[in-house]
Design a protein around this ligand. Structure first.
Ligand code: ZN
Length: 139
């Protein structure tokens, strides 16, 4: 935790707090609209599909698949130490997509990264109360 050198997110008590509470326990919490039953990411106070304000949070599987990726060769701040690294959009099993820094891949050999590869979420402790999500290729 002491060596976490990247920006640390600030939870919004009205919109994103359930996500960060789950992250602290190693759980992926996602918002779902109770009117149209669709999952959406990122968290919002209104459903982006039907504009309902009836949003519930549920514990998701923490599993997904690489939708697409890019290799970052330049970065700033704490990310500069990690170049090259891969970023990706993850197709969440429950629906919608999440952006991430991808783990378990060889970013110096981008052809080895496979669209559709199975990934699981993991969390790094960034400070006393904040756990930041990353996705790791598992096969
Ligand atoms: Zn909806």
């Amino acid at each position: 935790m002491a060596d976490y050198n990247k920006p640390i997110p600030s939870p919004d008590p009205y919109v994103t707090q359930p996500f960060w509470d789950g992250a602290k326990e190693g759980k992926l919490m996602l918002p779902r609209c109770t009117s149209c039953n669709r999952v959406h990411w990122y968290p919002r106070i209104l459903c982006p599909h039907c504009h309902s304000s009836s949003i519930e949070w549920f514990e998701a599987s923490g599993e997904g698949f690489i939708h697409t990726y890019a290799v970052q060769n330049r970065a700033f701040g704490g990310w500069a130490d990690e170049t090259p690294y891969a970023t990706a959009y993850i197709d969440l099993v429950e629906g919608d997509r999440m952006f991430t820094a991808l783990r378990g891949v060889d970013a110096e050999n981008p052809e080895s990264i496979k669209i559709g590869a199975r990934v699981k979420i993991e969390f790094d402790q960034a400070d006393e109360d904040t756990y930041v999500p990353y996705w790791r290729v598992v096969d």
